[in-house]
Design a protein around this ligand. Sequence first.
Ligand code: 6PG
Length: 260
Amino acid sequence: MSAPSLTLRRFPDSAQMCAAAARQWVELAAAAIAESGRFTVALSGGSTPKGLYELLAAAPFGEKVEWGRVEFFWGDERAVAPDRPESNFYMAERSLLEKLELRPEQIHRIRAEENDRGAAAEAYEAEIARVFGVSAGGKPPSLDLVLLGLGVDGHTASLFPYSEILHERARWVAAHYVSKLGADRITLTPTIINGAAHVIFLVAGAEKAAALAEVLEGPEDPERLPAQLIRPISGQLMWFVDGAAAALLRRGIGDKGDAP
Ligand code: 6PG
């Protein structure tokens, strides 16, 4: 995958990967707040980012972020209530949000538990448009940061292989039935993700090594490997990976890892 703006940073283990990601978050938040008065971030779900969220909730990283200036969005959500362990909101709430003093209006949750998921996706797009002061359906706004994970099948957010949604070019948010999961999901589309100023993938664990090598070094095949659709138009793309996930990469690796 030829992505000139791609930065790959490898760390000995996921703890050091998360510590580096926390440092990056602190830096990006300070710069965004200095420039625009706020930091708009879309959180990723799954399990990998939990370590990052827990670090951000505590010293030393947590003390370095002006949390009252952060607008929290999500990259995707499962069709479950927000108090269920499978919920991406729930994981972020328990590992980070409930430990911060936030105003409710800073938290922009995807209401994927609603029966009409199509309407919920439209409502989420409208919420994003409202926060950014733009019209829904037009050119997407630029989130300061989108965090993403990588599935063993090459999916990211809820962009799964061979899904119709991979071809969505207009909408910023869409709901779809994921046949391999037998469940509905709501997800940001590549259209808005690729408009972000910074996109950071966090990938850890040996079980991700094959997918990571295919996504980064294999032939272009975004239908099969949707993470290859993530190519920020003008923003920075960073991959933070641990050694186990990077084990099958051919390319030289960047950082040997920062001290936590
Ligand atoms: C989700 C995520 C999904 C996740 C990957 C990796 O809702 O599950 O958005 O894209 O990031 O599946 O998940 P893990 O971090 O649990 O391996």
